[in-house]
Write a protein that binds this ligand. Structure first.
Ligand SMILES: Cc1cc2nc3c(=O)[nH]c(=O)nc-3n(C[C@H](O)[C@H](O)[C@H](O)COP(=O)(O)OP(=O)(O)OC[C@H]3O[C@@H](n4cnc5c(N)ncnc54)[C@H](O)[C@@H]3O)c2cc1C
Length: 461
């Protein structure tokens, strides 16, 4: 498919007739805004941006685009880190911003029905008055559609699962314009192929999610944040397996290396111990139960050479702690002018996490790079930040080589090239290594559902 950088007047008029004059734009500000996500990947402008207001409008746009072989790239909040929503072949960007309604909260079922464009932080703020929340927590204020399409997860995945574990039912528009429903509002089903999970994580290449039923969790009565620092990365990472093996399930269990704690403190906003550190959160129903668990966790940390163990920290410290974790990338970018970062997103079985951290350190050192690392350690997920100088091709090549070494190490440890950010543009080169012949089956599924290849072309494969 050739890139399509302009649409003729007929096509624009047809799109205007579907979504309304003011919801189609070819202004350079709108094209520019939809040409890049939050990643380092090259920007590509679409020919037009459309903002449909309903599932029927999405269906009409896709049906028209399919007939005329116009590429369509779905767009949520544009916070991806792997170029996932960049319209590399131009055409239409279909932005779900207007489809932002919370349709129904069913408190007794712990479920909510939403449109795809709703932002998860806004949704959780609205759910708080029912004592409920949607646990997957990618940090950025992503849209539910984008979280579903990337199968986002985050700090709370260890206890509550990833997005795919918390989606019960989807309404999806196929590239032909056909509207389908998949999944059920029942907590379990054994009925046929699990198409819902096929769409979760498909990065907008198979269909546009318009509505979803999500599983919710009660807001915990009691919580404690824990900050534990160690003399070595191995002390911290060996503790991860020990904690999970204890049967106590933290709500979050994150790893920060020494370089990260130093960078966060240097911003002047945080006071973390300058050591390899685990940030943890525990939820419970009584103070006594929580205290008992924390004392066990402290014992496990001490066995692995923990230098300092602070627990019993309340909501305020907890919020500050997660702010540090979530702002790490922005702080690293801000405090290193003239440097950009490849964000690696590898994940391995948790027993292999210490080895993964060691391999990542070796890969950075072998390429003479001063990177840093954070990770959702409880899920075996590690994010080395690999620095390079924008505009310097040689430095970019070195960063890519370090990324490749880390990804290959993760795959050889039984893991994956991407734990949560998706394949997008940057991980395509690892798909054959990770999936072997099942990549052919993925291609066949794509060709069956989207024979004209209009949906988010240039991604995954
Ligand atoms: C500071 C920062 C921290 C982050 N931390 C995490 C983290 O901890 N965990 C994590 O998982 N991610 C993280 N992310 C990445 C990002 O927030 C997630 O990938 C998120 O799910 C993207 O959602 P979005 O709404 O921005 O989607 P977009 O970036 O707009 O799109 C993502 C993909 O979904 C497709 N898409 C969008 N809407 C739809 C729809 N309705 N139907 C079908 N396809 C659709 C797009 O085509 C694209 O392929 C972080 C990002 C930033 C900037």
């Amino acid at each position: 498919m050739e890139p399509l950088r302009n649409l003729g007047e007929d096509a624009l008029n047809h799109l205007r007739s579907i979504v309304g004059e003011e919801h189609v734009s070819i202004s350079s500000a709108d094209l520019d805004q939809h040409s890049h996500d939050e990643s380092f990947h090259e920007a590509h402008q679409p020919a037009a941006v459309v903002w449909p207001g309903s599932t029927q409008e999405v269906s009409a746009v896709l049906s028209y685009a399919n007939q005329h072989r116009i590429p369509v790239t779905p767009w949520g909040a544009g916070t991806s880190l792997e170029g996932n929503p960049i319209p590399v072949l131009g055409g239409i960007v279909l932005d779900t911003l207007r489809m932002d309604k919370i349709l129904e909260v069913r408190v007794g079922d712990f479920q909510v029905d939403v449109q795809a464009g709703v932002r998860y932080k806004d949704m959780n703020a609205a759910l708080a008055r029912h004592g409920l929340f949607f646990p997957p927590d990618p940090g950025a204020n992503a849209s539910i559609g984008g979280m579903i399409a990337n199968n986002a997860s985050g700090t709370r995945t260890l206890r509550y699962g990833s997005t795919s574990d918390n989606v019960l039912h989807l309404q999806v528009v196929l590239p032909s314009g056909t509207i389908i429903h998949t999944g059920t509002r029942s907590a379990k089903t054994a009925s046929g192929y699990d198409l819902k999970r096929l769409f979760v994580g498909s990065e907008g290449t198979l269909g546009v999610v318009c509505e979803a039923t999500l599983r919710l969790a009660p807001v915990p009565d009691k919580l404690s944040a824990v900050i534990a620092s160690f003399s070595s990365p191995a002390g911290a990472t060996n503790t991860v397996s020990a904690i999970i093996g204890s049967g106590i399930v933290p709500a979050a269990l994150e790893f920060l290396d020494l370089a990260t704690t130093r960078a966060l403190n240097a911003s002047g906003e945080f006071e973390l111990p300058e050591h390899p550190t685990l940030l943890m959160e525990f939820h419970g129903t009584t103070d006594e139960g929580l205290a008992q668990e924390l004392s066990e966790i402290k014992g496990l940390c001490k066995e692995e050479g923990c230098l300092d163990f602070k627990s019993g920290l309340g909501r305020q410290v907890r919020d500050q702690m997660w702010r540090a974790r979530h702002q790490n990338y922005e702080i690293q970018v801000r405090s290193n002018p003239g440097t950009a970062f490849l964000i690696v997103d590898v994940a391995v079985p948790v027993s292999q996490y210490p080895q993964l951290v060691e391999e990542a350190e070796k890969a950075l050192a072998a390429h003479e790079l001063r990177g840093s690392m954070v990770g959702h350690a409880g899920d075996g997920n590690l994010h080395p930040l690999v620095p390079y100088t924008p505009g310097d091709a040689a430095s970019y090549e070195v960063a890519l080589a370090a990324q490749k070494a880390i990804v290959e190490a993760a795959i050889s440890l039984g893991g994956t090239a991407t734990g949560e950010h998706g394949v997008g543009i940057g991980k395509r080169r690892f798909m054959a290594l990770e999936h072997g012949e099942s990549l052919d089956l993925m291609r066949a599924i794509k060709e069956t559902i989207d024979p004209n290849g209009i949906l988010n072309p240039g991604k995954i494969f």
